[in-house]
Design a protein around this ligand. Structure first.
Ligand SMILES: C[S@@+](CC[C@H](N)C(=O)[O-])C[C@H]1O[C@@H](n2cnc3c(N)ncnc32)[C@H](O)[C@@H]1O
Length: 466
C-alpha cells in the first residue's frame, strides 16, 4: 500500500455550482463503491474545486463516470496564487515532464479557459491561451474531441458581490474525464412521461442513488415510491427496483394528468413502468405495489441492498396509514351490523421514521444503506436532533435549503449490525412537529427583517423515544 500511495498523482476535482453540501458524501460513497483509496489534499467545501491524490487515471475516470455533483476531473500539473509563479512552475514542469512525452506532444489538443465567479471576453481568453505558447505541443489544434484538453482555471472566490481584482488561485492541468451530468438532462422531469407533484428531480435522485452505493444487480426498495423518480436513478446505476405507495390513484395513473396543459384524464401509459420504458430501464423494474409501508408484507428473511426514499412530510401529500380511530362497542346492537372501518389514519412523520429504521434494520443486508430525507426548521438547530438506531451508523447528513426557514436533510445510514429483538426497537426519534410548525408558521410566525424568528420559543422541540 505504501508503494501505491507513493505512485499517486494529484487531480483537480471541479464541481457543478449546486448542491454544495452533497459533494463530499457523494464522492466518498463512490470511492467506497470502487473499493479504492484516495488522499484528500483539499476536501470539497464551498469552493468549486477540491484537490485529491488518486492511484491512477482509471480511478479518476471511474469516479467521474459515477458522479453528478462533479463537472470534470483534471490531472493537476501546477497551481499557484500568482500568475507569474504559475507560469514559472509550468515552464519547469514542461522542461522536466512534458518534453519527454513525445506522444503527448504530437497529439491534437485544445485549451479550455474557465473563470469562476468572474467573466472574461473573447480577446482576454485568446490572450490567456497565447500566454501558454511556451508549452511544447506540436500537434494540430482540434476543437471537437481532441486527444488532449488543456485546462486553465481562475478562481475568484464564491461571492459575486465581492469579486477581487485578481484571482485567489490559478490551476493548470489536463482533462481526464467529464462527469455524468448529461444524465441529469436525459432523465429530466421536464421530458418524463409520468410525474407527480412531489417527484424528485433527476439530479438529487442520482445523488441519492450514489449515496446508497447502488451497484449492478442490487435490489433497491422505495417504501414511499410516488412517481418512482428515485427508482429510475437506482435502475440507471444497475439496481433492480421496486416500491410501494398507499395512493392507488397515483400508482394506476388515475390522478390528474401529469402536466397541467393536458386537460383530459391521465393517459393509461402514465405510470412508473412507462417511465422505465422511456429510459430503456424496464429490465431493471421489478414492480410497484399499492400498500401501506407501516404494515410491511415481506418475509423476515427477505434482504435488500439499499432503501432509498422520500417519505411524505404532510405538506403537499397526505401522511396516512391504514387504521381506525373507531372504538368498537361489543354490544348486541352492533353484533349484526356490518363493521365499517375508516380506511386511513394520520401517520406522523416521527412514526414514519421509526417504522423506516425498524424496517431497514430488519431487511437491509449488513453494510446496506438507508437514504432518506427529513424536513427541518432552520432556526431551531434541529440538525442536532437526528434519528438514531442501534444498528445504524449515520454516514452523512446533507442540507438542501428550501426557503428562508425550511430545509430538508438527506440522511445516509449504514447498517452496522444484525439486530437482536431488543435492538430492533432501540431507536431514538425526535418529534420536531414539522407539519404543525409549517402550517402554524405560515399563519402565525413573526419574522424580523433579518429573517430571524422573533417568537422562537413557540415550537419547543419534544424528545420522543418511541
Ligand atoms: C414525497 S412523496 C414521494 C415522491 C417520490 N419520491 C417521487 O419522486 O415521486 C411520498 C409518497 O408517500 C406516499 N405515502 C404516504 N403514506 C404512505 C404509506 N403509509 N405507505 C406507503 N406510501 C405512503 C404518498 O402517497 C406519496 O406518494
Amino acid at each position: 500500500m505504501k508503494d501505491k500511495v507513493n505512485n499517486f498523482k494529484t487531480y483537480l476535482f471541479w464541481f457543478a455550482n449546486d448542491h454544495v453540501d452533497f459533494r463530499l458524501s457523494e464522492i466518498e460513497s463512490i470511492i467506497d463503491i470502487l473499493k479504492t483509496c484516495i488522499k484528500w489534499v483539499e476536501k470539497p467545501s464551498k469552493k468549486p474545486y477540491s484537490i485529491v491524490d488518486l492511484p491512477s487515471d482509471t480511478i479518476a475516470r471511474e469516479i467521474a463516470h459515477r458522479s453528478v455533483t462533479l463537472k470534470h476531473i483534471s490531472e493537476l500539473w501546477v497551481s499557484s496564487a500568482e500568475k507569474e509563479d504559475l507560469h514559472s512552475k509550468l515552464k519547469e514542469y514542461s522542461d522536466k515532464v512534458l518534453k519527454n512525452l513525445i506522444n503527448l506532444r504530437k497529439a491534437s489538443f485544445k485549451f479550455n479557459i474557465e473563470v469562476f465567479c468572474n467573466t472574461q471576453n473573447y480577446s482576454e481568453k485568446i490572450k490567456k491561451i497565447e500566454s501558454f505558447n511556451y508549452l511544447p505541443f506540436e500537434g494540430p489544434v482540434k476543437l471537437d474531441n481532441p486527444d488532449i484538453t488543456l485546462q486553465y482555471f481562475e478562481y475568484y472566490g464564491v461571492d459575486p458581490n465581492n469579486i477581487p481584482k485578481k484571482p485567489y488561485y490559478l490551476f493548470f492541468g489536463k482533462l481526464i474525464a467529464n462527469s455524468q451530468r448529461k444524465i441529469i438532462h436525459n432523465l429530466s422531469l421536464k421530458k418524463r412521461t409520468f410525474i407527480g407533484n412531489t417527484s424528485m428531480d433527476a439530479e438529487l435522485s442520482l445523488v441519492m442513488a450514489n449515496h446508497a452505493k447502488v451497484c449492478k444487480g442490487d435490489v433497491i426498495y422505495d417504501p414511499f415510491v410516488g412517481s418512482g423518480s428515485l427508482l429510475i436513478a437506482a435502475a440507471y446505476f444497475g439496481g433492480y427496483v421496486f416500491g410501494i405507495d398507499i395512493d392507488y390513484q397515483m400508482i394506476h395513473g388515475k390522478t390528474k394528468p401529469t402536466r397541467k396543459q393536458n386537460r383530459h384524464i391521465a393517459r393509461k401509459d402514465e405510470n412508473v413502468l412507462a417511465n422505465m420504458k422511456q429510459y430503456g430501464l424496464e429490465d431493471q423494474y421489478i414492480d410497484i405495489l399499492v400498500g401501506d409501508s407501516s404494515l410491511p408484507l415481506w418475509r423476515s428473511d427477505f434482504k435488500l441492498d439499499a432503501i432509498i426514499t422520500d417519505p411524505p412530510y404532510g405538506i403537499r401529500e397526505a401522511t396516512e396509514r391504514i387504521g381506525s380511530n373507531h372504538i368498537h362497542k361489543n354490544n348486541s346492537q352492533n353484533e349484526n351490523k356490518e363493521t365499517k372501518f375508516p380506511s386511513k389514519v394520520i401517520y406522523t412523520f416521527h412514526q414514519i421514521l421509526y417504522d423506516l429504521l425498524y424496517f431497514s434494520a430488519l431487511h437491509l443486508k449488513l453494510g446496506g444503506r438507508l437514504v432518506t430525507w427529513i424536513p427541518i426548521y432552520i432556526h431551531y438547530n434541529e440538525h442536532n436532533y437526528l434519528p438514531e438506531h442501534a444498528c445504524f451508523s449515520l454516514i452523512s447528513n446533507c442540507e438542501q435549503i428550501l426557503s428562508r426557514v425550511v430545509s430538508r436533510r438527506l440522511l445516509t445510514f449504514e447498517k452496522i449490525k444484525e439486530p437482536s429483538n431488543e435492538e430492533l426497537k432501540l431507536c431514538k426519534i425526535y418529534n420536531n412537529n414539522f407539519r404543525e410548525k409549517y402550517f402554524n408558521y405560515k399563519y402565525n410566525a413573526n419574522i424580523s427583517s433579518s429573517g430571524e424568528y422573533q417568537n422562537s420559543d413557540s415550537f419547543p422541540i419534544e424528545k420522543n423515544n418511541l
